[in-house]
Ligand binder design. Structure first.
Ligand SMILES: [Mn+2]
Length: 334
């Protein structure tokens, strides 16, 4: 990232200021987003563990609830859900202030915010913004930053950054699996990351309730527009039947996404009686964020999400209407 991309300051431009934050005696916070994934939390933990190696006090903070599926990440046992007093707050993989949920006032009230991200939709809410929309994962941006400021990359740091990179590329399967991503993967393995362990815990370590829940969701699969629009849902009743937690619905969207005719896949999650979350995936020529932005959400071209503050039964037709109109209006030539 030697050249500033799309108006964001370059790594070299912000590295000096970040280096001086890291070398002064103050405490920093490293914050992941709500419902943290391995890119957000692995980046926060990897960065914090490297800083701690240098004697820096670094809190790793995640909005509640704790993302227990990520308990395999080194340093997970040091996670905090509170709001510790810090001089500077680093945020990871967060494009908007909405991503912090109920911790948003804590972020807005911070003395200084350093936002490290790879979403093209980043709103620039940080005091310092290190955003590279061409990076495959925020973990890749963190790796370059640590290198630039001369911070150590221990095996624990490498495992966190490898988990970030590996999962944000869908296990090196998505379109963001670039030469740079694969080279970084190899470099992190050379530094002590364990690819078999990360793969095991990311994709081959599912509880029985989680597999049962996926079965229920797949049994409820709906297909429209000649199979181009596919969707399903996770209700509170389904969670109860499977004995699962909503966090364990992760992965269902991947199965919807694997359908051969799929152009837009949507999973509706009844997170609360009056709150519905959606996960969206797409293939060309459709952009997944176009389904989510009308509802205040966002994400990447191929993977996006939103949270609607209304019950599943009223949220669902509104979202489906947007998706149907996208498919019908652009009716791709077959
Ligand atoms: Mn990411």
């Amino acid at each position: 990232m030697s050249v500033a991309t799309r108006g964001w300051p370059s790594l070299e431009e912000v590295a000096g200021e970040i280096r001086s934050i890291v070398s002064d005696g103050s405490a920093v916070g490293c914050m992941a987003h709500k419902d943290a994934d391995a890119d957000s939390l692995g980046s926060a933990l990897g960065f914090a563990l490297s800083l701690r190696e240098m004697g820096k006090r670094a809190h790793v903070i995640v909005p509640e609830p704790l993302p227990l599926l990520l308990s395999y990440l080194p340093g997970f046992d040091t996670l905090e859900t509170g709001q510790p007093a810090v001089d500077t707050l680093f945020t990871f993989d967060c494009a908007t202030l909405e991503r912090f949920g109920e911790a948003r006032p804590y972020v807005e009230g911070a003395n200084r915010v350093v936002s490290i991200d790879h979403h093209a939709s980043n709103t620039g809410f940080g005091t310092i913004n290190l955003v590279d929309p061409d990076a495959s994962a925020t973990g890749q941006v963190v790796f370059r930053l640590l290198r630039e400021i001369g911070a150590p990359i221990t095996p624990a740091v490498a495992n966190n950054l490898y988990a970030a990179l590996f999962t944000d590329t869908g296990g090196f399967r998505h379109e963001n699996t670039t030469e740079g991503a694969l080279r970084l993967g190899a470099e992190l393995v050379a530094l002590g990351a364990d690819p078999a362990f990360v793969a095991l815990r990311s994709y081959k370590w599912r509880s029985i309730p989680r597999v049962r829940l996926e079965g229920l969701a797949i049994a409820g699969l709906q297909a429209e527009c000649g199979g181009r629009l596919v969707w399903s849902q996770i209700t509170q009743a389904m969670l109860e039947e499977a004995g699962a937690d909503m966090q364990e619905s992760e992965g269902v969207i991947d199965t919807l996404q694997s359908i051969d005719t799929m152009k837009i896949a949507i999973l509706f999650k009844e997170s609360e009686p009056a709150s519905t979350k959606i996960s969206v995936r797409s293939r060309d020529p459709y952009n997944a964020t176009d389904v989510c932005t009308p509802f205040g959400g966002g994400g990447h071209q191929r993977a996006a999400g939103a949270e609607l503050h209304e019950p599943l039964l009223s949220a669902r037709p509104k979202v489906l209407d947007v998706a149907r109109r996208m498919i019908e209006s652009s009716a791709p030539r077959s």
